[in-house]
Design a protein around this ligand. Structure first.
Ligand SMILES: C[S@@+](CC[C@H](N)C(=O)[O-])C[C@H]1O[C@@H](n2cnc3c(N)ncnc32)[C@H](O)[C@@H]1O
Length: 270
C-alpha cells in the first residue's frame, strides 16, 4: 500500500475538530489566538501541567550560549522564554499579534533582549528573511495545509536539529465523545512523522507522558473557550468527570486529574 502522507495530512487537517470549529465561528486561527479567553491562565496551566518539561531538556543541548534558535508558532513563549535564557538569540515566527504581545510582556519581565519576532504565518515567511539555526522548534502550531513545503523549509534552515511537538493523546477522548458527541480522528504526530519519513528524513520519536491536576474552574474555562456551554451540557460534563474518577476534592476546591501525551519528533542533521 502506497500512502501519500501529505495528501492524507490535508484531508486530516480539513476534517479536524479545530478546523471545523474555526469555520463554525467564522474566524481565522490568528483571530482565535488574538482573543484567546484563557490567555491570562496559560502560563499557570503550563506550570501545573509540567509543559514543556522534559521536551525542553531534550532540546537544550542544541541551544547553548553560541546558538541561534528558531521557534515557529511560539505562542506566549512556553519554549521561547526558557530558550532565550540559554541561547544567544531566538527568532520567533508567530502570526497572532495577541500572542506576540503576551510573549514580549514575559520577555520584558524576564529582562530578555535577544528575541526577534517575525509576525507571519510560517508558510508566508520567505527563506531570505531567515538565518540558519542550530535548533528549530515547531510545537502545536501545524495550521499548515502544504505540510511537505512547510517541513522542507524548516529542514533547509536547520543546521543542528529540528523538533516537532504534536499531540499523541490529550486523555479526554471519552469526555469529548460522551459529553460533546465528538469522535476523535487519529493523533497528529503520526502524520507528521510519516510525512517526514516519506521526504527522506527518518526521525526519532519519543512519547512524553504528563500526569497532572488543574483546578476545575480552569478546566471549565478551557472547554468554554471552544464550546458553547448550556446548563445541561455542564451537568453532563460534571457527571462524567465524577463517574470517570477524574474529580479530586482538595482544600482549595475541586481539581481535575489529567494525563497528556506529547509526541516529540526530532531529526538531527549532523
Ligand atoms: C497552541 S499554541 C502553541 C504555542 C507554543 N508553541 C506551545 O507549544 O506552547 C499555537 C500557536 O501557533 C500559532 N500558529 C498557528 N498556525 C501557525 C502557522 N501557520 N505558522 C506559525 N504559527 C502558527 C498560533 O498563532 C498560536 O500562537
Amino acid at each position: 500500500m502506497n500512502i501519500d502522507w501529505s495528501k492524507e495530512w490535508k484531508r486530516y487537517r480539513e476534517s479536524s475538530h479545530w478546523t471545523q470549529k474555526l469555520k463554525q465561528k467564522g474566524i481565522t486561527s490568528e483571530q482565535f489566538w488574538d482573543g484567546y479567553k484563557m490567555a491570562d491562565k496559560n502560563e499557570e496551566y503550563d506550570r501545573l501541567a509540567g509543559y514543556p518539561g522534559l521536551i525542553l531538556d531534550r532540546m537544550s543541548r542544541f541551544a547553548g550560549p553560541d546558538s541561534s534558535v528558531l521557534d515557529i508558532g511560539a505562542g506566549a513563549g512556553a519554549y521561547t522564554i526558557p530558550l532565550a535564557k540559554s541561547a544567544r538569540k531566538v527568532t520567533v515566527v508567530e502570526p497572532s499579534r495577541g500572542q506576540i504581545a503576551r510573549l514580549m510582556r514575559r520577555a520584558e519581565h524576564e529582562g530578555l533582549v535577544n528575541i526577534k519576532v517575525i509576525n507571519k504565518r510560517w508558510q508566508d515567511v520567505d527563506i531570505s528573511e531567515l538565518e540558519r539555526y542550530s535548533l528549530v522548534n515547531a510545537a502545536y502550531c501545524f495550521h499548515m495545509p502544504e505540510i511537505e513545503e512547510a517541513l522542507q523549509k524548516m529542514m533547509d534552515v536547520t543546521t543542528g536539529a529540528l523538533f516537532l511537538v504534536a499531540l499523541v493523546n490529550h486523555g479526554f477522548t471519552d469526555v469529548y465523545e460522551v459529553v460533546f458527541g465528538e469522535t476523535e480522528p487519529e493523533p497528529e504526530y503520526i502524520y507528521l512523522y510519516n510525512v517526514l519519513h516519506q521526504m527522506g528524513y527518518p526521525a526519532n520519536v519519543e512519547v512524553m507522558t504528563r500526569n497532572y491536576q488543574i483546578p476545575l474552574e480552569m478546566q471549565l474555562g478551557i472547554l468554554r473557550s471552544s464550546y458553547d456551554f448550556t446548563p445541561e451540557l455542564e451537568k453532563r460534563l460534571m457527571e462524567h468527570l465524577a463517574a470517570s474518577g477524574r474529580l479530586v476534592e482538595r482544600e482549595n476546591g475541586a481539581w481535575v486529574k489529567r494525563t497528556y501525551k506529547d509526541g516529540m519528533i526530532w531529526y538531527q542533521k549532523v
